[in-house]
Design a protein around this ligand. Structure first.
Ligand code: SF4
Length: 479
């Protein structure tokens, strides 16, 4: 069974999404489904999005029902770390072939689940639908139900075949699978008045571990992180949290909103990037928890922690200020990072020459204007040729972007720092901003740029030869 049309339609008009709320009734009804560009697989399909959202649940087996190429599309490319279980790093797939297309792939799926249940014995198995079995009509819901009863463990269907839509829609479909089959199915051993959920935190290069100690220092327990370094049980008991922080509105807003509706868990949108935003998050979650019954001294303790951590971060940033003063940065990211990173970089004296607003909400745009004083430096989707022109014309000293844009920077002989999901350094929290500034400093002052910008010996010779013959011509002309 493929993903029901009503479900896709309801996600495309998600009421919690600020972009949707800013639209007219007619435009909202039409949804936000953009046709995918044929061949543009690098942007990811709905299956890719669902896998990205759920794979950071590290102790479950993620089984991709489809041809091997689908699994290869997204496996282990995002550096999401685990503090223990490594089951999530194994690429389980049913590896469907032509025979299955003719006779159906349900039996093959059942056998794969059986093998995983008997050999790996994970606490749960997540089964991902892909285009091929969805098109031939494999009913993964029925197979998962039968296998769950037979092998005595939760087998969760994730109905997000690639053709359903974009990666972003797939993120939300992954969230729906959790809401339908996992959240609220177990009870925690105990609860506290300071239990929270983080929604949209994937523990990329261990970023969750940079903020978790801050919450712990305040006595705040992260009951579940959706889904960074999460265990199946964390998600199953997450309905008992008292409040939540949503970290990327575009991805899992449906989880935040529905958990608020179903279980009365209030949430706000925050960011862990930059000193001011990290402090803001700690303040807001403390206030929200007090309103939910937490001890009244929590905000005061949060202020003391903020003062201590900010002072420590500024002391560590001090040596970079003189080296980075006035350096120009072009930021090509999107979403919440388009403004939260801007404020962080301005704090150390870098000048932002532009920031992209891809995947950003109306609120994100307002924040950029608030921080930069104007919208003159915002731009949307840019083709590589335009990006190259912008780099040259703005005389940017460094570009911050995802891996796909790195070659534009390198072609423009401009230092480049990876800031999106394939990054190798953790940028969250107070320690994270110090890491980011250190990476920018390293990129800017790497001696390779002086060499790259110098003409090669053979080109130098050519220029010298041209200069000599021009001089000779001149001599001849003027006698
Ligand atoms: S799910 Fe469909 S679109 Fe996505 S990788 Fe597989 S075949 Fe391609």
């Amino acid at each position: 069974m493929s993903v029901p049309k009503q479900r896709i339609d309801s996600l495309l008009i998600e009421p919690g999404c600020a972009t949707n709320q800013a639209k007219s009734d007619k435009a909202r009804k039409a949804g936000c489904k953009k046709p995918l560009t044929p061949g543009a697989a690098a942007g990811g399909c709905a299956f890719d999005g669902a896998k990205i959202a759920l794979q950071p649940i590290v102790d479950v087996a993620h089984l991709v029902h489809g041809p091997i190429a689908c699994e290869g599309n997204s496996w282990d490319s995002r550096h999401v770390y685990s503090s223990g279980a490594q089951t999530y790093r194994t690429g389980f797939t049913t590896d469907m072939g032509e025979f299955d297309v003719v006779y159906g792939g349900e039996k093959r799926l059942y056998r794969a689940i059986k093998e995983i249940a008997e050999t790996v014995r994970p606490p749960a198995i997540f089964v991902y639908q892909t285009c091929l079995p969805a098109m031939i009509g494999d009913d993964i819901d029925a197979v998962c139900q039968a296998a769950s009863a037979r092998f005595g463990l939760p087998v969760i269907p994730v109905n997000a075949p690639g053709f359903a839509g974009s990666k972003n829609l797939g993120n939300k479909l992954g969230g729906e699978a959790l809401l339908d089959h996992v959240v609220g199915t177990l009870e925690p051993e105990f609860t506290t008045d300071c239990d929270i959920n983080l929604i949209g935190e994937y523990n990329v290069v261990g970023e969750f571990w940079q903020v978790q100690p801050l919450f712990e220092a305040l006595g705040i327990r992260v009951l579940a992180s959706f889904c960074g370094d999460a265990r199946y049980r964390d998600i199953a008991v997450s309905h008992r949290a008292k409040a939540a922080i949503m970290l990327c509105s575009q991805a899992l807003i449906n989880i935040a909103r529905k958990m608020d509706e179903r279980y009365g868990i209030p949430f706000f949108e925050g960011s862990f990037y930059g000193i001011a935003d990290m402090s803001d998050c700690l303040r807001r979650i403390s206030a929200l928890l007090v309103a939910q019954g937490a001890p009244a001294d929590l905000p005061a303790r949060a202020e003391a922690l903020i003062a201590r951590e900010e002072a420590r971060a500024w002391a560590r940033l001090e040596p970079y200020k003189a080296r980075l003063q006035g350096k120009r940065v072009l930021l090509f990211t999107g979403g919440v990072k388009s403004w939260s990173v801007v404020s962080a970089l301005q704090e150390v004296g870098l000048e932002i020459v532009g920031t992209s607003m891809r995947k950003s909400t109306a609120h994100d745009r307002e924040k950029v204007v608030e921080i930069m004083g104007t919208d003159a430096h915002m731009f949307d989707e840019l083709p590589p040729r335009e990006m190259y022109r912008m780099l040259k014309e703005s005389k940017a000293d460094v570009m911050l972007s995802g891996g796909r844009s790195q070659f534009v920077a390198l072609k423009a002989k401009t230092p480049w720092v990876e800031i999106n999901q394939e990054r190798h350094h953790a940028y969250a929290g107070y320690d994270g901003i110090v890491n980011l500034v250190a990476e920018i400093d390293k990129a800017l002052h790497n001696p390779i740029w002086a060499q790259v910008k110098t003409l090669a010996p053979w080109d130098l010779q050519e220029v010298a030869d041209e200069g000599e013959s021009a001089f000779a011509d001149q001599e001849l002309r003027h006698g």
